[in-house]
Design a protein around this ligand. Structure first.
Ligand SMILES: NC(=O)c1ccc[n+]([C@@H]2O[C@H](COP(=O)([O-])OP(=O)(O)OC[C@H]3O[C@@H](n4cnc5c(N)ncnc54)[C@H](OP(=O)(O)O)[C@@H]3O)[C@@H](O)[C@H]2O)c1
Length: 286
């Protein structure tokens, strides 16, 4: 039986793996997160790998605060870069394949057609820079694994755009949402399911491959919020505004749509539209 360790199991992607685990009975899953499994605690981590023969590590742990990363770059660096270096060393020592996630924010957003995997990264904020450095460490470590870049992750778990807007719509009569950044919302349940389907195909993982995975279609944060309003039938008015009206600590790419042709073709995946995924998410939230 293939033994799979999911790190960061209490985050939104980690919980999505927990949701699907019973549907993949030939994988034996181990779900770990803080405090009992801290990537910075060498003893804790090595003890686990010494006593459990893990075949695949799915790393969902990350520093994901895009704005807070600007204020605490060392923290972002530690989790998004140094911890990836440690995971790569462990991969060499214990022989597991590493599945790791990265972000559309490794790109600067100046493109106007979907970013392909080989497009040179050029991040414009601390979060994106640390994620790109983590990618580089993994690509050059001489291990086997996948880096799966995704974007605008939402789910029924934790704090994310859908939960935030759903709660604001219920509390307020009017909200303003930025309408000049384009991207593809991605349902964490769909990302976890597709990752497991790809792993399930007995694929030989040799060297490090980069893939993009998002739900299909694109929108702005305003379009995303307006769809949440429509699907929940809440009367709050949603207004489109420019990013300049709501400046954030970290700059965001204006355009971060990812081309997902490679993962779709190699693993015969057929991701649904972000609108259908959102409908499913809201049904589960309600
Ligand atoms: N969220 C997005 O919109 C988005 C977009 C594109 C790509 N991604 C990428 O997708 C992946 C998953 O993101 P996510 O939104 O699911 O993240 P998340 O919800 O922030 O989950 C990360 C998890 O890692 C845990 N963690 C933190 N420090 C750790 C440590 N030292 N050792 C072990 N676990 C630790 C966190 O615990 P605490 O909560 O207790 O700190 C949390 O449970 C990340 O690689 C992220 O960069 C996310």
């Amino acid at each position: 039986m293939t033994k799979v360790l999911v790190i960061g199991a209490k985050g939104q992607l980690g919980q999505s793996f927990q949701y699907w685990a019973p549907h993949f009975p030939h994988f034996k899953f181990f779900f770990k997160d803080l405090p009992e499994f801290n990537l910075f605690d060498e003893n804790q981590v090595e003890q686990f790998f010494n006593t459990t023969n893990i075949n695949i590590v799915i790393n969902c742990a990350a520093y994901t605060g895009v704005d807070s990363a600007e204020d605490e770059p060392q923290k972002a660096q530690k989790l998004n870069v140094e911890a990836i270096g440690s995971l790569c060393e462990l991969s060499k020592n214990f022989g597991f394949k590493l599945i790791h996630y990265s972000t559309d924010y490794v790109f600067d957003g100046t493109a106007n057609t979907p970013y392909r995997e080989e497009h040179p990264p050029s991040p414009i904020g601390v979060y994106g820079k640390t994620k790109e450095e983590g990618e580089t460490i993994m690509k050059t470590a001489g291990i086997d694994g996948w880096i799966i870049r995704t974007s605008w992750l939402f789910s029924l778990y934790g704090k994310n755009f859908v939960n935030t807007i759903f709660s604001l719509l219920q509390k307020k009569d009017e909200i303003n949402v930025v309408n000049d950044q384009l991207g593809s919302p991605t349902y964490a349940l769909d990302l976890a399911d597709s990752t497991l389907r790809a792993l399930d195909q007995n694929s030989i993982i040799c060297g490090v491959q980069v893939y993009h995975f998002t739900n299909t279609g694109k929108t702005t944060w305003y379009g995303f919020a307006d769809k949440i309003k429509q699907l929940t039938n809440i009367s709050c008015n949603v207004h489109p505004v420019e990013t300049s009206v709501y400046p954030t600590k970290a700059k965001r790419p204006k355009y971060s749509v990812l081309s997902c042709e490679k993962i779709k073709k190699e693993f015969n995946l057929n991701p649904r539209s972000w609108e259908l995924a959102l409908e499913d998410c809201l049904k589960k939230i309600k």
